[in-house]
Design a binder for this molecule. Structure first.
Ligand SMILES: Nc1nc2c(ncn2[C@@H]2O[C@H](COP(=O)(O)OP(=O)(O)OP(=O)(O)O)[C@@H](O)[C@H]2O)c(=O)[nH]1
Ligand SMILES: [Mg+2]
Length: 388
């Protein structure tokens, strides 16, 4: 295919030159502003039809053409995304508004698409939003008061990322345990041999509560210690915090072998991806989750999204540093309403009306590449979403 570049003072003059030199049926491939007026890329019609490079352009022209084609492709994609977005919005405004609500509140794409696919047909925008709220509430796995594990007693370890609030939460739980069983029935164990002062931090709480404190730096010592605490109704074990990617997190598996059940302590004020990593690493095999730092999480949608997909029951929520006041039983209604309200916050991260078509374009591209939600790690649990 032979392609020629024409520069003219205006488009009309450029077109006239193209026709004069390449024929009446010449095809203009692109136009763009030029310091002298306008620049046109054009090719004779016959060459396009043949598609055979019988008059190959030089290297510089080839790379110009390629970059022009790239630019055209980008423009076309954006325009198509805009059309697609407009069409979807006209065809299904309730579904679009529902997805916007979810994204604005920090819920992830995989859950949003699943819910959008299950939204009953024919609902108006307000009815769809009510449906969404109800479905989220129903699917957020919260543990009932009747299932309060502390009241039942047992051996529990708190595991989670660094600074997630494990030790503080353990002190709050210990206070509840003392209220339920008495101080002589509760023991605390520190296994944090990594952070300086970790056991001392726990010792302060043990002193305040009048419960015994034990230190076991490794699984072997813990295995020897636990039989000595067999008469305690509740044993709470504090563990060292690690990044989810740290291989030392595998030490958590040693706890299972000792009959210790794990609470995954996850801070709600992190990025969705960090929460997802922590949920995958610490939530797997845990008996329940404790969400901390809700007071520092303006948009806790990401944390709730992760809980819904991982189907990890939420046992407690923590909304502050005070021991023991800031630990509460979770309420799905409160948490979902809080998350949805978070979507109304004006932040520099919120998408503007003009951003949505672009976003829809990216989504369409993802779909075209069959990066479907079911291909997403951890999304298999979405099949269990109760959307009725
Ligand atoms: N705002 C707020 N702060 C909290 C909450 N829970 C814990 N913190 C604070 O977070 C900080 C870290 O808490 P720790 O309990 O020491 O966290 P940790 O997970 O034991 O930390 P490492 O043992 O170092 O991994 C402390 O300043 C706590 O007071 C909470 O729910 N809200
Ligand atoms: Mg700690």
């Amino acid at each position: 295919m032979s392609v020629r570049i024409f520069v003219a003072t205006n488009a009309r003059e450029g077109l006239a030159r193209v026709r004069r030199e390449l024929g009446e049926d010449a095809v203009v491939l692109s136009t763009r502003p030029h310091p002298k007026g306008v620049e046109l890329l054009a090719s004779p019609y016959g060459d396009l039809a043949e598609g055979v490079p019988n008059d190959a352009p030089d290297t510089a022209t080839s790379s110009r053409i390629l970059s022009e084609l790239g630019r055209l492709r980008g423009m076309l994609q954006n325009q198509l995304a805009g059309f697609a977005w407009g069409a979807t919005k006209r065809r299904d405004p309730a579904r679009v508004a529902m997805m916007q609500t979810l994204f604005a509140a920090g819920f992830g794409s995989s859950l949003a698409r699943t819910l959008a696919a299950r939204l009953p047909r024919g609902l108006g925008t307000e009815a769809a939003q009510r449906w969404l709220r109800q479905v989220l509430i129903r699917n957020l796995p919260v543990q009932s008061r009747a299932a309060d594990l502390l009241i039942k007693g047992g051996r529990y370890a708190l595991v989670g990322s660094t600074g997630a609030g494990k030790t503080t939460t353990l002190a709050k739980l210990a206070t509840r345990g003392v209220d339920a069983h008495g101080a002589d029935q509760v023991a605390l164990v520190s296994t944090d041999a990594y952070r300086i002062g970790a056991a001392a931090q726990l010792a302060v709480y043990a002193d305040l509560l009048g419960v015994s404190l034990h230190v076991a730096e490794d699984p072997k010592k813990l295995a020897m210690l636990l039989p000595q605490l067999a008469d305690k109704k509740l044993v709470l074990i504090d563990t060292a915090g690690f990044a989810p990617s740290d291989p030392r997190t595998r030490e958590g598996q040693a706890l299972d072998a000792l009959g210790v059940r794990r609470f995954a302590v996850i801070a709600a004020n992190q990025q969705g991806a960090a929460i997802e990593q922590a949920m995958t690493r610490f939530g797997h095999g845990a008996v329940a989750c404790i969400l901390t730092k809700l007071d520092e999480a303006p948009q806790p949608g990401g944390a709730l999204d992760s809980l819904i997909r991982h189907r990890l029951p939420l046992a407690y929520i923590s909304g502050g540093q005070r021991v023991p006041e800031d630990l509460h039983a979770p309420s799905a209604t409160y948490l979902i309403d809080r998350a949805l309200k978070g979507g109304l916050l004006a932040t520099p991260y919120a998408l503007d009306a003009e951003d949505w078509p672009l976003f829809a374009g990216v989504e369409a591209e993802r779909e075209a590449r069959t990066l479907h939600p079911d291909g997403y790690k951890g999304a298999s649990t979405l099949k269990g979403i109760n959307a009725r």
